[in-house]
Design a binder for this molecule. Structure first.
Ligand code: FMN
Length: 221
């Protein structure tokens, strides 16, 4: 007798490739664990440029994100969720909130697409993710969705240097005068190779739990 393979749908947005890098590795772990993985990328109608090109544009983007500015997206393929056993909803934190494209998705499509499903949140961030998660859950309350405990990936560089690094990367600028000082504290932007590897292990563990039917203990109240 043939056993139906489990399917995981990854719905995601990634602005500067960090979430995407994690998900590539995470999905390999799922696939190695015997899961069929499908993807749905949230695509802004007018994608914000990366980098933003100037300090002012970077600042503007952060301020708009702070006020939860929605970034309109192309309609996703809602039907993709019909045949899946689990949905991964992944993306970066922007100024404490879900990103602009994710907010647009939550407003317009997520209830219909995620209705009654089990959802695994995956968050890529510098360090602040709790409000992001709460807002995501809040936007979907009443839709019969069960959330698993989030998989959170904070950038590994220390506090203020990481924040400065993200701002400079977003602006696409690096002042020559403080370049070496900066790089000595924040040698790389984004997630470390170790985190990328860990994402694969996390995917493999999730695959096992999904196949065993033992995800109940991971569900958030
Ligand atoms: C406009 C903007 C605002 C951000 N605000 C936050 C924040 O409030 N808290 C945080 O932890 N990270 C913040 N970040 C950092 C991103 O969450 C982080 O760099 C993430 O890894 C980016 O993922 P992505 O490349 O998939 O878009 C912000 C990044 C941008 C571009």
């Amino acid at each position: 007798m043939s056993v139906k393979q489990k399917r995981v749908l990854i719905v995601y947005y990634s602005f500067s490739s960090q979430t995407n890098n994690l998900l590539v590795s995470f999905s390999q772990g799922l696939e190695e664990g015997g899961i069929i993985v499908e993807w749905e990328q949230l695509k802004p109608i007018a994608p914000p440029p990366f980098p933003a090109g100037s300090y002012l544009n970077a600042l503007k983007m952060m301020v708009l994100a702070f006020f939860k500015n929605r970034v309109a997206i192309e309609p996703p393929d809602i039907k993709k969720s019909d045949t899946c056993d689990l949905i991964v909803c992944a993306g970066p934190t922007w100024s404490y909130h879900p990103s602009g494209p994710m907010l647009a998705f939550l407003d317009n499509y997520a209830v219909e697409m995620f209705q009654g499903q089990l959802v695994q949140p995956v968050i890529s961030c510098r360090c602040y993710w709790r409000l992001h998660l709460w807002e995501m859950k809040n936007a979907l309350r009443g839709a019969g969705i069960r959330f698993l405990k989030p998989k959170v990936f904070p950038h590994p560089s220390p506090g203020v240097w990481c924040a400065l690094g993200i701002f400079l990367k977003l602006a696409g600028k690096m002042p020559k005068s403080c370049r070496s000082l900066f790089l000595s504290h924040c040698p790389r932007f984004g997630h470390s190779p170790q985190q990328i590897d860990a994402a694969k292990d996390i995917g493999r563990i999730l695959a096992n739990r999904l196949l065993e039917g033992s995800l109940k203990g991971e569900i958030l109240e």
